[in-house]
Design a protein around this ligand. Sequence first.
Ligand code: TNX
Length: 495
Amino acid sequence: MALPQLLTVALLAAPVPVLSVDGFADVIPAPVSAVPSGADFHLDRNTVIQTRTPAVGNQLAADISAETGLALPVTPSAAPAGRKISLKIAGGLGDGYKLVVNRNSVEVTATTPAGLFDGTQTLLQLREGRAIAGGTIEDRPRFTYRGSHLDLARHFHTPDEVKKYIDEIRRLKINYLHLHLSDDQGWRIQIDGWPRLTEIGGAAGTGVDGVGGGFLTKAEYADLVAYAAARFVTIVPEIDMPGHVNAAQVAYPELTCDGVAPPPRTDTAVGYSSLCISSETTYRFVEDVIRELAAITPGPYIHIGGDEAHATPPADYVAFQNRVIPLVAKYGKTAYGWHEIAQSPAAYSSVAQNWGMSRSNPVLAGAVANGMRVVMSPANKAYLDMKYDRNTPLGLTWAGLIEVRTAYDWDPGTHLTGVPESAVLGVEAALWSETLRNIDHIEYMAFPRLAAIAELGWSPASSHDWEAFRSRLAAYGPQWTARGVDFYPSPQISW
Ligand code: TNX
């Protein structure tokens, strides 16, 4: 690697874009500050990983081994003279980290294990062959919630596919994975008290166009939760209600008001089904589902859907949410729902996921004034199932065409009138699966746009710069290629 020219980037103090010098600051999401030194560290078979946080150390060792073939030992204490990567917990860094790469050592310091893990993800991005680019990075997230969403209901995605996706999203410092587990077509999570949900709703042929099917057993779900947690990703399960419930009603006709089972549906229409709001059976069902889901979900959130309930009269909708949201709290979780739940006063203590395309939503702004917090997923920016351009073979167009620059050029902190940055928990990119049947499809639609959304969630607003982003993205492409990720080679990027 050539010696970089002398340069200092003092981003903590001044709003200067991160500069790229010989790849040192080619990190996504852009770090708060990055100062290259030219003193690269070289991994070799004598390098050790020294840490008292083995959860982070072992994961780093596994990644380095997979990518370089070097099996580095992970130890709590190492000879002071040895060449080492040390991962340390120390106070004062909030949820951020500091990374110093010298010729003889690499040191990552953070106050939390999650911060330490984020630091190791930056470290992995600085690796080229066995060299790790030298310099100092100081970094911390802008928002605490950086989410990605997968729809297992329209087409089921297997646990192995979800794991491969987790492997990629955590590299971008995404820390929540929202799984959409039920919809009109299918039901994808085992619920012991209501077994026909998956016997019927998870059967073969329950995917869109009658293709695919399947569901997660509780054991498979728990295994996914653990796999994600080992990579500092928290799973957020969603059961969509009171709309998007046709599959549940096919399995249990008593969830309709007339007790008659509707026909199974594998088309892509939305807004036609509703739970029976006046029936106590509905609330027994909802409570059972929430209780069982909360019991297998260590994360703080249960997502209760709430979108596009066009078949539920507005007063019924509010009455339903006023009963259901407290049930989530009863089982120790925070309710999270699509922004329509903001209509219900019971929702003010929960989190709204804004999918709207408008820059203003007075109902949501009113709820925010009452304490509600918001995750930003505007469909015309952050819906990764929208086509990139007219020729994209997969995807939908109802929220527009979303090229990489469109996904990148917006600010979650100022996006909605009356929703100040202090009320924004973060961002989430949604990837609906009506047209997506396998992991290649998922990767093609998610990448590279998920990198843009990840950067909006992590990097300081002052570093927002399309030219800098597209050049870092071009540098990131070979990493996806090396890992066999089928990303879309957007013509906006000079790959
Ligand atoms: C809207 S916006 C939906 C989903 C669809 C998606 C397709 C929202 C919360 N719901 O039911 O799958 O559009 O893009």
